[in-house]
Design a binder for this molecule. Structure first.
Ligand code: IPE
Ligand code: IPE
Ligand code: MG
Length: 246
């Protein structure tokens, strides 16, 4: 699948990816799960570079969910160590590609060194003007919605807003994803057909794309395939096909 078949004038502004299947990839090879996570880094690099080259504005990668804290301690620790190492080593690739880094999720739950590396990389890339790469770390959509609800309720209690002020726009701008457009395309690898508490509000009208490719095997061609599939869809937003063509 070549990049040339993609219509540059109809690119999604924002792509979100549930990077799944690292454990199964490792298991297939008779290795420990962490071997799969380590090999997922190459796919992160490929996809970030691929999106940046195409001119995608935002890419959100689901790297660690709130629920992932419930995995065995040894895997959680290994993932956090890998994260620190990767953020450190990939900052130069981000700079080379003009990519700005951001993160969503409960940062205070991350180990100190992990948080420090993350914040340093966010700071180092803050003046880059290319794509924004958003890492969802210790993130869950329900957490974000609960948080936003509390913020809004507090404003109402303080008398800063009335009930009439609570609308979609207010919720949108209270979520931690408020700086970015909603993803038009969401991809999940590994063959699982679920959302696993990722961007629930923001994907209300996203096109969903599922592939059986395991994350460590994911390459630019797979990304191009997903975008091409997206471009072949009719996004009706509740209207009829005839309305769209007239
Ligand atoms: C995705 O791969 C990475 C994380 C959730 C951190 P998994 O670790 O979920 O791999 P599988 O789904 O068990 O194969
Ligand atoms: C979702 O994958 C979270 C990330 C990719 C970071 P999981 O592997 O944790 O999801 P479930 O548990 O299979 O739904
Ligand atoms: Mg999984």
């Amino acid at each position: 699948m070549s990049k040339e078949r993609i219509d540059q004038s109809r690119l999604p502004k924002h792509i979100a990816i549930i990077m799944d299947g690292n454990g199964r990839w490792a298991k297939e090879k008779g290795k420990f799960r962490i071997f799969g996570h380590e090999n997922g880094v190459k796919a992160v690099r490929e996809v970030s570079e691929g999106c940046a080259e195409l001119g995608i504005e935002c890419l959100t990668l689901y790297a660690f969910s709130t629920e992932n804290w419930n995995r065995p301690k040894i895997e959680v620790n290994a993932l956090m160590t890998l994260l620190v190492k990767t953020i450190k080593s990939e900052t130069k690739t981000l700079m080379k590609n003009g990519i700005k880094l951001d993160a969503i999720g409960v940062r205070s739950n991350l180990p100190k060194d992990c948080r420090r590396e993350l914040e340093e990389a966010i700071d180092a890339t803050k003046n880059n003007t290319g794509m924004t790469l958003i890492l969802a770390l210790s993130y869950s959509a329900k957490w974000d919605i609960v948080n936003a609800t509390k913020t809004i309720a507090q404003k109402a209690l303080n008398g800063e807003i009335t009930l009439e002020d609570v609308d979609e726009e207010l919720i949108d701008k209270t979520l931690t994803t408020h700086k970015y457009p909603h993803p038009e395309l969401m991809i999940r690898t590994s063959g699982e057909l679920r959302i696993s508490n990722f961007l629930l509000w923001e994907i209300a009208y996203s096109e969903l794309y599922f592939t059986t490719v395991l994350w460590p095997d994911y390459r630019k061609e797979h990304l191009y395939e997903a975008i091409l599939d997206f471009q072949g869809r009719e996004r009706r937003f509740g209207k009829t096909s005839e309305q769209l063509s007239s």
